[in-house]
Design a protein around this ligand. Structure first.
Ligand code: FES
Ligand code: FE2
Length: 386
């Protein structure tokens, strides 16, 4: 182990010492030799102080994925969601442009929209009927005749967002550097899959009772595939064929290569090379957007912490062709539902043992199997050091 680790109990002492121990521990991992890398100490997955650091230093400042832009394909289509404490509306306005609005009424803070909808002309708050148009402009405020009240002062807040490869990300503090420049290497990996053209099939939100980092790490390593998914993924993407891909400032990635002889995908894009057509390319856009791009299917998870031991995940599937509906999509949905259940069971079990006094940092497997975890820890170090 590169440095002596603080005991979990001493880490909970004060905010300052927590930050110091966290950064010391992460820095040692970021700078450590390739051989002998170790996992994070278990208190990283259980400590409320560490979660508070992550919320302030990462989730408030970074680009957080909220879904796909074609979930709202036409003017007036909208979906509501929430990132940390911020209720949001993702919608398409009358000009066909995407908008992300704060879903908090400027009168007394009621949510102005719920669920999702199509062809809305605007939003009317259910409390006192203030109405907003699709750009968030206040257009009606019944009986508001007070001197000095000006409609123009009370529009819904617009939330900074960016689109990349068909995904939509928000930046809550509004100060992040643009997202796309740090993902150019990942654009190269995904170019022939044409991820931006994948078609929305479904998305839903779930709660998992584990730390958010544990799900990111689990999704991004191929070491567990044989063991956790013996009947679902092992026949397709066995552990032995996992291969690390180059990482970049905003992401890490690996190739889950298909078993030799595994049936080629019918609905693949014609631009794919033979190598690309015979693998799923798994990637993480830091901090918490993970996805598997295969020739015919895009499966993604947009994760955010709820507590140190629970998370909310919005996960979905996009497809290469609408012809896939009715031609095997039921089986693909069932496969991924089962894969997720297999991972969830393991991660929720893991969360329970993280509190043991014997839960200590262990060695990471070789680069092709768990190198992505090391990349992720480097990113955490960069963000939490400041
Ligand atoms: S809280 Fe929305 S109109 Fe009063
Ligand atoms: Fe898994």
């Amino acid at each position: 182990m590169p440095v002596s680790e603080p005991l979990a109990s001493s880490v909970i002492a004060t905010d300052n010492t927590t930050a110091q121990y966290v950064t010391q521990s992460l820095r040692s991992r970021a700078q450590g030799a390739r051989q002998g890398q170790v996992t994070l100490p278990s208190y990283f997955y259980t400590g409320d102080e560490i979660l508070q650091l992550e919320l302030q230093a990462i989730f408030d400042k970074e680009w957080i994925c909220i879904g796909r832009s074609d979930e709202v394909p036409e003017a007036g289509d909208y979906v509501t969601t929430q990132v940390l404490n911020e209720p949001l509306i993702l919608l398409r306005d009358e000009q066909g442009d995407l908008q992300v609005l704060s879903n908090v009424c400027r009168h007394r803070c009621m949510k102005v929209a719920d669920g999702s909808g199509k062809k809305a002309r605007g939003f009317t708050c259910p409390y006192h009927a203030w109405s907003y148009d699709l750009k968030g402009k206040l257009i009606a405020a019944p009986r508001m005749k007070e001197d000095g009240f000006k409609m123009v002062d009370h529009d819904l807040a617009q939330v900074r967002f960016e689109q990349w490869q068909g995904f939509v990300y928000v930046n809550l503090d509004g100060k992040a550097e643009p997202l796309a420049p740090r993902l150019t290497g990942l654009d190269t990996i995904l170019a022939n899959y044409h991820t931006d053209q994948m078609l929305h099939h479904f998305s839903q939100e779930d709660v998992w009772h584990c730390n958010w980092k544990a799900l990111v790490e689990n999704f991004m390593e191929g070491y567990h595939l044989n063991c956790v998914h013996p009947q679902t993924l092992r026949p397709i993407t066995p552990t032995s064929r996992a291969k690390k891909l180059p990482d970049g400032p905003g992401y890490t990635a690996y190739a889950a290569n298909y078993n030799q002889g595994y049936e080629a995908r019918k609905f693949k894009h014609e631009d794919l090379s033979g190598e690309e057509a015979n693998r799923s390319s798994l990637f993480c856009v830091y901090p918490s957007h993970i996805a598997s791009q295969s020739p015919h299917l895009l499966v993604y998870m947009a994760i955010q912490p709820l507590t140190s031991s629970s998370l909310k995940v919005r996960w979905g599937m996009s497809i290469r062709s609408l012809d896939m509906v009715g031609q095997g999509m039921d089986a693909l949905e069932a496969l991924w539902t089962r894969v997720n259940a297999e991972d969830k069971a393991k991660l929720e079990g893991l969360q329970a043992t993280y509190s043991s006094r014997h839960a200590q940092a262990g060695p990471l497997a070789p680069e092709d199997l768990e190198g992505t975890i090391k990349d992720f820890h480097r990113y955490l170090a960069r963000m939490l050091e400041h």
